[in-house]
Design a protein around this ligand. Structure first.
Ligand SMILES: *Cc1c(COP(=O)(O)O)cnc(C)c1O
Length: 383
């Protein structure tokens, strides 16, 4: 019979029972379902998931169960992961630079939509069946995201006009797409991009079936839940203002905001020095904490003893190091931890579902590999 892994009440219960000496991600499918519902209820269009944020099979299959039927993929390996979770999932292949072998894989996996941002890349897509969509990816010099994706991909608007004309002339279904960046706290980038999309459509004289507004929706980083609905409303308002009631169908492809809250990472304290000012964890920037190096310290961290109790003392800022022998393996300075924190305790980092296990390496023999499933991610109220 198929083995069904146990479902734990919360991370604290699991930590107290097993005292794991390796870092663990705790996954709450319930939280993932809630966020998927929120996107599907609030976003006025097709909600897809950007697989790169977390390609774990449990994430993909729970998203399918929550009603997500289309996925943003960037490689043949991501296509295979999606097919495993759902044989009839719709795939949007939105990595605009592809080898010929990758293109052949996309065609054989029946990719429904391909993005393109350069003439030479469009030349390579000649064998893509004409009943598929090709979305021209454009980029504006917009600020406001934690980092700017436009510096790597995306055609300038005048180039996008030429590409859109060629897509239509060659018989594919023309569309436009953009990706405003990641962790965009503010809706202004989307509004600006949507109005630019309208100008590109007008200049090309091509009508588009769909407009893909990318990912980049913010996750909770400082303890304040982002107001996704405000961003959804702004996107809808901009699309109506630019295109009118007959607007193209919208697509979004959240990665971070979809999966972030459904995982909490627990790392164990291996050692403390200088009266506790220096803390050494069994996970770091080469493991599941890589996104903290790039995005800054999180606002929500809990310390739990080996018996599963939350440390409650006043907090003092610490310098936190990862387990590898590389001096770069260090979090941004000043993570506040309770004064009664001890060696053997666990530091819980909530909101680490995105860009954690997906980017974790096995450098120096460390890294993330274990996931436990829990009902609740925050057992704090019980302790
Ligand atoms: C990375 C990526 C996403 C997801 O971005 P998030 O910031 O995680 O929401 C969506 N679309 C494309 C094309 C991407 O490259």
């Amino acid at each position: 019979m198929q083995q069904i892994p146990p479902l734990w009440l919360d991370p604290e219960t699991h930590l107290a029972r097993h005292n794991p000496d390796h870092p663990i991600l705790y996954f709450s499918p319930r939280v993932l379902h809630q966020v998927a519902q929120r996107f599907q209820a609030g976003f006025d269009g097709v909600v897809t998931y950007a697989v790169k944020a977390n390609p774990h099979q449990a994430v993909l299959s729970n998203l399918v169960a929550a009603g997500i039927s289309a996925f943003d993929v960037a490689s043949p390996a991501e296509m295979a992961a999606v097919r495993l979770a759902s044989p009839d999932a719709v795939m949007h292949y939105n990595n605009p630079v592809r080898s010929m072998a990758e293109i052949a894989a996309g065609i054989s996996q029946d990719v429904a939509s391909w993005s393109v941002d350069e003439q030479s890349e469009l030349d390579k897509l000649a064998a893509v069946p004409r009943d598929k969509e090709i979305a021209v990816r454009f980029a504006l010099p917009v600020e406001g995201a934690a980092y700017d994706f436009g510096s790597k991909f995306g055609a300038a608007p005048d180039e996008a006009v030429a590409l859109l004309k060629r897509v239509a002339a060659e018989g594919w279904t023309p569309a436009l797409c953009f990706h405003p960046g990641t962790q965009c706290e503010d809706a202004a980038a989307w509004v600006e991009y949507i109005h630019a999309a309208k100008r590109i459509v007008e200049a090309a004289g091509v009508s588009i079936a769909r407009l893909n507004v990318g990912g980049g929706f913010a996750a909770n980083r400082d303890g304040v839940a982002p107001d996704l609905e405000r961003v959804f409303t702004a996107i809808k308002g901009a699309v109506f203002a630019a295109f009118g009631a007959n607007h193209p169908q919208l697509i979004c492809e959240p990665g971070r905001a979809m999966v972030s809250e459904s995982f909490t990472l627990a790392a164990r304290i291996k050692g403390m020095r200088q009266g506790g000012d220096m803390v050494f964890l069994n996970d770091g920037i080469y493991g599941g904490l890589v996104d903290i190096r790039d995005m800054g310290l999180p606002g929500r961290v809990e310390v739990v003893s080996a018996t599963g109790n939350h440390r409650q003392a006043a907090r003092t800022p610490r310098v936190v190091f990862g387990p590898t022998c590389d001096s770069l393996d260090r979090l941004p300075d000043g993570l506040p931890l309770p004064a009664d924190t001890q060696v053997g305790d666990y530091v819980l980092f909530p909101g680490l579902g995105a860009y954690s296990s997906a980017m974790s390496t096995q450098f120096n023999g460390y890294g993330l590999s274990d996931v436990a499933t829990v009902i609740e991610l925050s057992g704090q109220a019980r302790h």
